[in-house]
Design a protein around this ligand. Sequence first.
Ligand code: HEM
Length: 417
Amino acid sequence: MTSTPASATHQHPASELFAQALRYEHRADPYPFYEQLLRQPVVRMDNDTWMVSGHREIGLLLHDPRISADRLPPPQQRPIRKSLLVEDPPQHDRLRRLVTQQFVPRVMGMRDHIDALVTGLLDAHTSERPGQLDVVADLAYPLPVTVICELLGVPREDESLFGSLARRLTRGLDPIDTQTEDEIRELQQTRTELQQYLEGLITRHDTAPGDDLLSGLMHGQDSEGPMDPVDLRVTLGLLLIAGHETTVNLIANGTLALLRHPEALARLRTDPDLVTPLVEEVLRYDPPVQMSGRSTLADIDIAGTTIPKGSRVRLLLAAGNRDPRRFADPDRFVPDRTDNTHLGFGGGIHYCIGATLARAEAQIALTALARRLESPRLVADPPPYRENAILRGPERLPVSFTRLAPDTAGPSAGRMA
Ligand code: HEM
């Protein structure tokens, strides 16, 4: 990982450094740019957007009620119905409560099933191409897709259609000025396709409810009654995309970290309990969600400056995770790091709902890879990366190995946190 920000020195304005971090040629290693941004933990960029990179400052803002989760400041806010991710209380809290009620109990019992899926995926793909595995295509992507589709009640035959919609939509999360006009047009088209797909899915579940989360959401309620059909569709879209496009990067980034740190891989082989702190360290060191956004509902004094009301705010979670004011030796991958309050799942009222599920999938997948692949090696370092800057991770992760050991150990270690 050696990409030096040749053209960016600390005299450059923050917006130039940020633009460099977003450039595709720096996708494999944006961290040197974050390191420079960290010299000023809160800074105004060119365009009335404020960049927050400090761990403490991100934490304060994530918990500040004067911050809105809408990425657009008030006069420009979207007229359309928003998902809970970009919604504020009280609507946010209500939607979140309805989702949590259905989500949490279903996830708690899934560990053995995830274990069986990982075993099946590894056995299937390695028999097709002995000695070579693309960790993304063969394991990191299909695992969370199958799990989220099963949880939500998306029929298996729709998985690939849905997968292609989700992949195309995540690009829409990136800053708009990094997208081409064609991409923006295509995104609009994809959003319409997704909406039609989800409406059809909801209708099918209405006539034939199952034991899945969608059926639960349709029929569950709180004191204000059930979710209305538009909230249901928007929430479903959020869960499907969050379930598809984030955990893949956690598993791939974790594999990459292990293969680049053979001593950590060797330790994981003999000490499966190491996987619990190790996955937390991947979430700190190379987080799947690199940044988030907010807007201010009031003037906010922070780090010796004032972010005016109505500003957009970028929270650079991946930079906060490497803040030397918070973490000793922040650029080092320390698999058993303690006191690891990373920002990988955000914080405050929008803390990731899927954290328990994502942790379980990554812990089980990384333990199985460490235990079963003999003499694994990266075929390309760095691997090719996806275009996406925010949900960042490898496009492919080819790994060679000498043998796939049989799955002899029992259910893998790690715990649901
Ligand atoms: C490694 C995998 C994952 C990572 C790194 C991750 C990261 C995040 C982060 C950083 C946030 C906060 C965003 C913000 O504050 O703006 C978030 C929120 C959220 N995540 Fe995840 N996520 C992961 C997996 C999942 C999964 C599997 C699901 C569900 C299927 C999920 C569902 C959600 C939802 C619904 C929210 C919004 C919560 C709210 O606004 O109250 N995530 N996630």
